[in-house]
Design a protein around this ligand. Sequence first.
Ligand SMILES: Cc1ncc(COP(=O)(O)O)c(C=O)c1O
Length: 396
Amino acid sequence: MSDIPDKTEQYVLHTYNRAPFTLTRGEGMFVYDETGKRYLDFVSGISVNALGHSDPEIAAAVTDQIAQLSHVCNLYYSAPQANLAALLCESSFADKVYFCNSGTEAVEAAIKFARKYARSSGSNPDKTGIVAFTGSFHGRTMGSLALTIKEKYQAPFRPLMPGVSVAPFNDIDAALNLIGPDTCAVFVEPIQGEGGINSATPEFLRALRTACDRVGALLVFDEIQCGMGRTGTLWAYEQTGVQPDMMTLAKALGGGLPIGATLITDAVAAAIETGDHGSTFAAGPVLCRAAEVVLRRVSDAAMLEHVQKMGNLLLDKLRQLNSPHIVEVRGKGLMVGVEMDFEVAPLIPAGYKHGVLLLNAGTHVLRFLPPLIVEPQHIDQLVETLDDILSEITTA
Ligand SMILES: Cc1ncc(COP(=O)(O)O)c(C=O)c1O
């Protein structure tokens, strides 16, 4: 083994536990370590590599753009940013896009926009409250952390941004009790990722929509993990019949390059003025060229149909697994979780031994987020591997 793991641990701040190998290249559904060992990727960089690894069209767009105009800041116009913004708006409920560099920044922007919208549309100076839900993950910077309802992440950093109240996910009565005249926004993931692949019920989202409208609060959908075709429609909210006022995106949007976006309606945009928010790097031309390729490809009807088919196949095959330890198999499209009756952490290194990249969501759920280009043979390989690992565990 090379010195890369030791060098990383010596010089890179340890905020992640890493796999015991060093990846050197990727192609389609697979990545390769420095010994040449191949791993089937059911993680996608946590819902990032929607088109798989080293997609030739992304590579060509990025190479072409970096040679023409690599960076311009937001003091100037550039075609890739305008084109990407238009595509995002034309394919969603939104009228305008605010660009940033990551998921947590997209959430921070949404928090600021909600506050500013409340301030400019009413006379209640206390309308700064935000409602979030148990199991949610919205990021780790100081604003988004206050909405990421997990003690482990929040406790060391208190005091958090004030004004956040928390209802149990999918509990309509509890949510309605919290949404009042002092609420400026409600943040919800249509499908919780980190929280364990939990889908919001359409009734829950409808109730949130009605309550937000009643008190003049904004409904914010965080589709950072579940958007961009992952659930079999371009946006997860399309399957719920409920539209948000704002939506946060990142992860898959840049095809591996760092770009985030907060999509908003004209009504929200009207409250935002020059200087209210900004970012040096946001939506540079190279990032936008990559994102345009991803967005066009994942919006394609054939791609979405493929995600639905592969998602159903994955769910079916996982449900056929004959293990007494499986509590539930759940999810939509290619965002799937298997809840076990034990802590799943040891399954992940077992996956590495079998040449498969696996991921958890919390302590008891194995989460599957393969590239959207996954084919039946990859699903077979995953499920056979899981079957082997689960029987090893049962017989150990
Ligand atoms: C739903 C959701 N929101 C926000 C974030 C934060 O995104 P980032 O890690 O790009 O800051 C994540 C990351 O996992 C996420 O899954």
